[in-house]
Design a protein around this ligand. Structure first.
Ligand code: NI
Length: 393
């Protein structure tokens, strides 16, 4: 078999073409109907059987090797964002207010390129490669829907990566340890008693109590959390009241929690609930809290998979392509799969200052250096092949 890096280079035109097609026709999470249709059509044209799922978009392609063996899953996310793209791009979004501003069009196209390589060479490995094209990464932990529907059954390991414009083309990052935080949400309802704004002593001010709750919540990062662990508690919404001269009786606080510490995270609903209730009580009000667990922290724990991914990157891009990248308090619902099976998640550099491509993800001017896409294609295919060959007895 010829080196994957060469095979990936030969897929470059196809992958860039598919990326531009997806980029021009972005669809929001859970609404990726045409995107899914295109992916299914492409996979089927390669002779790859495809599984779709009731009630959700996205799909799973299955490539069987020449003999039974282990199963490795490669993941791409397929959804776009509610952003109006800057004008002037020949392949720009044709859908007003919707844009592939996080590069999921690239992930999808690169995985289709890898599918072609792996299908063409399926006689040369034992086991199974599953390709999951996942909907709605931007929404929360919708990846769980595939887990519920059995898509991970029999899967021994899962691989995913994200294009990253802050790293230049020719650079990749796969490393052990904490990579992304959890992204949880909480809602607190502070209830008081209304009165005239000129006579606050006749009521119990929910605005004042809610303000005190917001302040008190910051003692979780500063006084309860171990300072050596990262923790963010942000109240991003505070809604209540109806008029300047009415003491409000109802305020809603909505916030997010980011941490890498799974045990501490599990304690957050109780901590937030207790602080909110007791602070509110001090102001003659009540507070009820609800906590929603989003994507869990993404932690690359499996040293063998990390080494395998690093090797795949070096074989595809070349020696010296690997760099350290700091963890971030953003989140990624790939971690939901990693709760079930061993996994590895990394980053692929797609920035290029000379071409003016260095805009961060989720920005209206986001773009990628498309010459990096062949590397992503190669890393997907190489990882799958190396994993399965390592499992052959
Ligand atoms: Ni993304």
């Amino acid at each position: 078999m010829r080196p994957i890096r060469e095979l990936a280079r030969e897929q470059e035109d196809y992958v860039i073409g598919m990326r531009r097609q997806f980029h021009a026709h972005p669809e929001l999470g859970e609404k990726e109907v045409e995107t899914t249709r295109t992916i299914v059509r492409e996979l089927e044209s390669m002779g790859i059987p495809v599984q779709t799922f009731d009630g959700i978009t996205g799909c799973v392609g299955v490539i069987e090797g020449s003999a039974p063996g282990a199963t490795v899953m490669l993941r791409a996310d397929i959804d776009a964002l509610p952003i109006q793209e800057v004008e002037g791009r020949s392949y720009g979004s044709t859908c007003p207010g919707v844009m592939h501003a996080c590069g999921h069009d690239c992930h999808t196209a690169m995985l289709l390129g890898a599918a072609r390589i792996l299908k063409e060479h399926s006689s040369e490995f034992h086991g199974t490669v599953k390709l999951i094209f996942q909907m709605a990464e931007e929404i929360g932990r919708r990846s769980e829907e595939y887990v519920k529907r059995g898509a991970l059954e029999g899967v021994d390991a899962i691989f995913g990566m994200h294009v990253w414009p802050e790293m230049p083309t020719g650079i990749a990052n796969f490393e052990r340890g904490e990579r992304m935080a959890c992204s949880d949400r909480f809602i607190i309802h502070v209830k008081g008693v209304s009165s005239h704004g000129s006579a606050p002593h006749l009521g119990h001010d929910a605005v004042l109590a809610a303000a005190a709750v917001v302040m008190a919540l910051q003692t979780i990062p500063s006084r309860i959390n171990n300072p050596l662990d990262s923790l963010v508690v942000t109240v991003g919404m505070m809604n209540g009241g109806t008029k300047q001269n009415i003491i409000a009786d109802d305020v809603e606080l909505v916030g997010t929690v980011r941490t890498f510490n799974k045990a501490f995270r599990d304690s957050m609903p109780e901590r937030i609930g207790r602080i909110a209730a007791q602070v509110a009580e001090g102001y003659g009000c009540t507070a009820e809290s609800v906590y929603y667990f989003g994507p869990s922290p993404l932690i690359n724990e499996d040293a063998d998979l990390v080494r395998l991914a690093q090797g795949a990157a070096e074989k595809t891009i070349g020696e010296g392509c690997l760099v350290h990248k700091d963890k971030v308090t953003g989140a990624e619902d790939f971690s939901v799969y990693m709760e079930k099976v061993p996994g590895i998640y990394g980053y692929l550099g797609v920035g290029n200052r000379e071409k003016g491509i260095d805009c961060v993800v989720h920005h209206p001017a986001f773009d990628v250096d498309e010459s990096a896409l062949q590397y992503g294609t190669g890393i997907y295919a190489q990882f799958a092949l190396d994993y399965l060959r390592g499992q052959e007895k």
